[in-house]
Structures are given as structure tokens and as C-alpha cells.
Design a protein around this ligand. Structure first.
Ligand SMILES: [Fe+2]
Ligand SMILES: [Fe+2]
Length: 362
């Protein structure tokens, strides 16, 4: 059974949804290209035993039957969606579009790397991860189709702008996005396990096994980085700090821009974000020699300020004209200054564990 629900708010058609997915803003998920020859030269032999165990898990493919839409799923959608307030409906649609974009971004990147390398370790890994992300993206797209809003993924691959990242930046950024993705999904899953009455869409029931895929993808990048320890010391720790802050700050601003989604699940965006940061920081100790001190009051005040600046930026853009442009410039400088201040705050150092791999125990 399939139901088409009329959308409310800014996104009215699949074309609108695809345009939103295509847009490149500071906060939207991006598509990446990298240096495939350098990817081809990666040597994972220092972590061979852990690597082979991980590859056996990928081959076992314990989620091969998970991303199937059942009859009960469709019935639940038909029952629950008409009850959503227009605001929640719009935020949920935004959430689905940005999620499908970031799942598909992983799919495209991993698949391109797979096609361009001959290194058997990297080729096999990228094939497995592209397989998983393609399942995730199609599963979300089916839920967008309930609203008549499927994103044209093939078109997106051709038309969205790509950002070039050196392999090491791909490792830092992708590792973090996989692990924070795990932390976000498991926090939502646990909350709705405690409060099933707040589960306003069946897709959240899929999150537990889903985020185990993301956790494993993160493990893969952890092993690659630990096999190449120069990526984790010296001047590179400055890049690690940068990516940690960029990922945390982006998430904070984005979640506070659409608070209704979390509130409908009984989660306050600030508490939710710090719970996710705590889990992520615990996990990233497997590979990064430092974590951000997210409990520091000045750190929290800095993230709040970034959110306020981004709200005022949206108002200045809406205003337009010369005054609007001048305001935007001022706010961009204020944003960069706040980011720089956050970047310079003291961090917490940690030793790296002998055994790299962890289990998704949250
Ligand atoms: Fe995924
Ligand atoms: Fe993933």
C-alpha cells in the first residue's frame, strides 16, 4: 500500500526536493571527490588482523534484509502523517532530504573510490560501504515518496557541485560523520524505545540496525588512520581539532534551526546535541589523540552565539539590498571570529588504545 500526502511549507514537489538536495550552503551535506591515486597507495597491513575481522563482518552482511519497507510500515505512515503539525511536517521533510543527500553523498564517494583504485583492501571496503549507503538512501527516498517528494538521486549525482578533499581530510570528515551519525541515530532510537508514543514515523524503528552500519563505516576509517599514524600527530592534530569543531558546530546550528523535530520526540535540542557530542567524543578516542571540551561554559556560549549569528544571517538574507548585504558581511566576520575563539579553547588529550576497534554499545 502506498499513500501520497500533500506537503506543506517550502518543498512542494520532487523538483523542489531535488533543488534543496542540490543546494550547497555552509550547513548542507556535500559531495566529495578526492585523490584516487593516493587512496590506491593506502597500506592497512599494520592493522591487518582487525581489518580482516571487519571485512568478514561486511561480507556477512547482517543487514541485507533490514531495509525493506513492510506493509505495516506503509499502514503506519498512512495513519500517522495526517496528524503532524505543518511545522513538524516541514522539519521532517527537511530532515529526510538532508539525510538522503548525505547517505547518497557517501554512496557516490565510496563508489567513485572503488572504481578508481586497484588496491584490493580499499576496493573491497569501498564496495561494501557503497552498498550500505545506497540501501540507506533508497530507504529514505521511499519515505519522501509518501509525500510525493522523491529526490532524483541519479540527477543529483550529475548536477550537484563536488568539493575536492585530500584523502586525509576525507578520513577526518567522513570518520566523524559516520560516528556522529551513529550517535545521533542511537540517541533517537533509545529515546523512542522509552517513549514509543512519541514515535511519529515508523522509520525511527529502523535506526538501531541502521546505525550499526554507520558505526562500522566509522571503524573502517579508524583503522585506516591508525594504520597511518602520521595522520594523527604533529600538525595534523590541528586539522583534527578543526574537523571536530566544524562537525559539532554545524550539527548544533542545524538542530537548533529545526527544533520541532527533536521536541516532537521529547528531546530538547541542546540536551540532545550534548548527549550526541559525549558519545561521539567517547568513540573518537579510538583514533584522535584529543577531544573538544564540550562541557566548558565558554564552549557552550560560543555554539549558542554561532546559532544566533546564523539566525540573524537568515534575516539579513531575507532583507536583501545594500543594508542586507552589509549586515551579511558583518555577520560572516562575527561567525568566523566566534569559530576561531572556539577553535582556540583548550582541548582534552587522551592516549590511543592498543586495540582500535570498539563495539556500538550505546
Ligand atoms: Fe548510511
Ligand atoms: Fe555510513
Amino acid at each position: 500500500m502506498s499513500t501520497t500526502l500533500s506537503p506543506a511549507g517550502a518543498v512542494h514537489s520532487s523538483e523542489d526536493a531535488t533543488r534543496v538536495a542540490e543546494a550547497n550552503t555552509l550547513l548542507s551535506p556535500k559531495f566529495y571527490r578526492t585523490d584516487y591515486a593516493a587512496m590506491d597507495r593506502i597500506d592497512v597491513s599494520p592493522v591487518r588482523a582487525e581489518w580482516d575481522a571487519m571485512m568478514a563482518e561486511y561480507e556477512g552482511d547482517n543487514n541485507h534484509d533490514h531495509f525493506q519497507r513492510t506493509e505495516a510500515f506503509a499502514d503506519e505512515v498512512a495513519m500517522l502523517m495526517p496528524r503532524l503539525s505543518p511545522e513538524l511536517r516541514q522539519e521532517f521533510i527537511d530532515f529526510l532530504i538532508s539525510s538522503v543527500t548525505s547517505e547518497f553523498s557517501g554512496c557516490v564517494l565510496y563508489n567513485e573510490i572503488r572504481k578508481h583504485v586497484s588496491n584490493p583492501d580499499i576496493k573491497a571496503l569501498m564496495g561494501f560501504m557503497a552498498r550500505d549507503e545506497s540501501r540507506h538512501a533508497s530507504f529514505i527516498n521511499q519515505s519522501l515518496k509518501d509525500f510525493g517528494l522523491g529526490v532524483d538521486l541519479g540527477g543529483l549525482k550529475r548536477t550537484k557541485a563536488y568539493t575536492y578533499f585530500k584523502p586525509k581530510y576525507i578520513f577526518y570528515a567522513t570518520y566523524l560523520s559516520e560516528k556522529i551519525g551513529y550517535a545521533r541515530y542511537i540517541t533517537i532510537f533509545r529515546q523512542l524505545e522509552r517513549h514509543p508514543e512519541l514515535r511519529f514515523h515508523p522509520i525511527f524503528r529502523w535506526f538501531e540496525r541502521w546505525c550499526n552500519d554507520e558505526f562500522r563505516h566509522g571503524e573502517s576509517f579508524a583503522l585506516i588512520m591508525r594504520a597511518n599514524p602520521h595522520l594523527l600527530r604533529g600538525g595534523n592534530t590541528l586539522w583534527i581539532r578543526f574537523f571536530l569543531l566544524a562537525v559539532y558546530a554545524t550539527m548544533y546550528v542545524r538542530d537548533h534551526t529545526r527544533p520541532a523535530l527533536k521536541q516532537a520526540m521529547g528531546l530538547e535540542p541542546t540536551a540532545y546535541d550534548y548527549a550526541v557530542f559525549n558519545i561521539t567524543s567517547e568513540i573518537t578516542k579510538q583514533v584522535f589523540p584529543l577531544t573538544l571540551d564540550t562541557d566548558r561554559p565558554a564552549f557552550r556560549a560560543g555554539l549558542d552565539r554561532l546559532f544566533q549569528i546564523s539566525q540573524r544571517m537568515a534575516a539579513a538574507k531575507a532583507r536583501g539590498g545594500l543594508v542586507g548585504k552589509a549586515q551579511q558581511l558583518g555577520l560572516a566576520l562575527a561567525g568566523a571570529g566566534t569559530f576561531a575563539k572556539l577553535y582556540c579553547m583548550p582541548v582534552k588529550r587522551n592516549p590511543l588504545p592498543l586495540q582500535v576497534r570498539m563495539s556500538p554499545a550505546w
